[in-house]
Write a new protein. Structure first.
Length: 134
């Protein structure tokens, strides 16, 4: 059963992205677990790929480290836009974090969405527009 600590985040993403929410996976130094996988995404191919995906996420380094150029502030999330999906990576610790996948068309309004997700992960109320990503 997924860690209950992440249920508010999963609920926020469902509320904001609706059917465009493809999946979310939590990982730490030793393991990973799906928090949610949409039926068409939960394939054997994905399950086979997740160990490699989470290994790469653990090794993720910021392109602009704050100690080198602090004018941008702390990194909140990393975003990859693919042909059919937007992938958000929320790094929670040196070896742990959350990977969220959304259909690509929801990439509009991504900054506010990242702020809301970050607030939920920090135990705060999400702010901003209730209109979500679309």
């Amino acid at each position: 059963m997924p860690d209950e600590r992440y249920q508010p985040l999963v609920q926020l993403i469902h509320n904001r992205a609706g059917d465009a929410f493809r999946g979310a996976v939590r990982y730490d130094a030793d393991d990973w677990e799906p928090l949610y996988l949409r039926d068409d995404v939960a394939t054997e191919n994905l399950k086979d790929a997740l160990p490699t995906i989470t290994d790469r996420a653990r090794a993720n380094e910021s392109i602009v480290p704050p100690e080198e150029y602090g004018r941008l502030g702390e990194r909140q999330a990393t975003v990859e836009l693919h042909d059919r999906a937007a992938v958000l990576h929320f790094k929670e610790s040196e070896h742990g974090g959350i990977i969220v996948s959304l259909d690509r068309d929801v990439a509009q309004g991504l900054g506010q969405f990242v702020n809301s997700c970050d607030a939920v992960l920090d135990g705060r109320e999400p702010g901003g527009s209730a209109s979500g990503l679309r």
